[in-house]
Design a protein around this ligand. Sequence first.
Ligand code: HPA
Ligand code: MG
Length: 248
Amino acid sequence: LSQSQLDLQMLSTTPSTSSAPGGPRSFGSTSRFEPITISSSQQQTKDHFLIPNHYQDCVSTVLISHGMIMDRVQKLAADIRAAYTGKTIHLLCVLKGGSAFFQDLQVCLRNFHQFSKQESIPFTFDFIRAKSYAGTESTGTVKVSGCDLEKLKGKHVLLVEDIVDTGTTMSYLIPLLATYNPASLKVTSLLEKRTPRSCGFKADFVGFSVPDEFVIGYCLDYNDAFRDMQHICVISKTGIEKYKDGVP
Ligand code: HPA
Ligand code: MG
């Protein structure tokens, strides 16, 4: 990333400087509100939650319940709103994984229009398709499609992602989008993974930091399975085996 691309990324948020000592090379946001850290020991027995029948044996544990997701999305919406005072946000939903988060986020932003007495923050949106995962592995290459990138010019673009894992998708997408001259370019991701495979990319508004497990549910998929599950869960060995060739 060039310095100008980094600068684009780092426009105005309330600072809380995070520097992981000895951590990965850091680029992307350096000043942000920190996410909620979900530790491995916080995994919940799946029997305490309603899991779809067709996924019972495919789920190992529940990592983040749907209720917790919804509460956190509300706060992210408020943080985002505060960072875009006087601007119009252009949400760019990264399909398909980001679609549930995008949907709930825009409901929250719309609710502010209706119920908040503060200045309203208008928003527009579009969708972009990016694919870098096959099964549980990052392929290292990113395929992008579905959005007229010329339309990003002059807009305050906020990418809406499900998860920053290795960071491959974002470290490809951001320089690409920056060449279309948006007024600013930031990223909100519901999850970020604590993994040694991270390239060091940090999103600006992050919901939860999760352990290095393959997670599914709330539109996060394994070969397109599990998007239709409410909670964010850790996949089981049975799940990996059962959907290794996709959903029949
Ligand atoms: N789950 C689902 N999709 C993903 C993940 C994950 O853990 N990491 C990157 N894409
Ligand atoms: Mg995916």
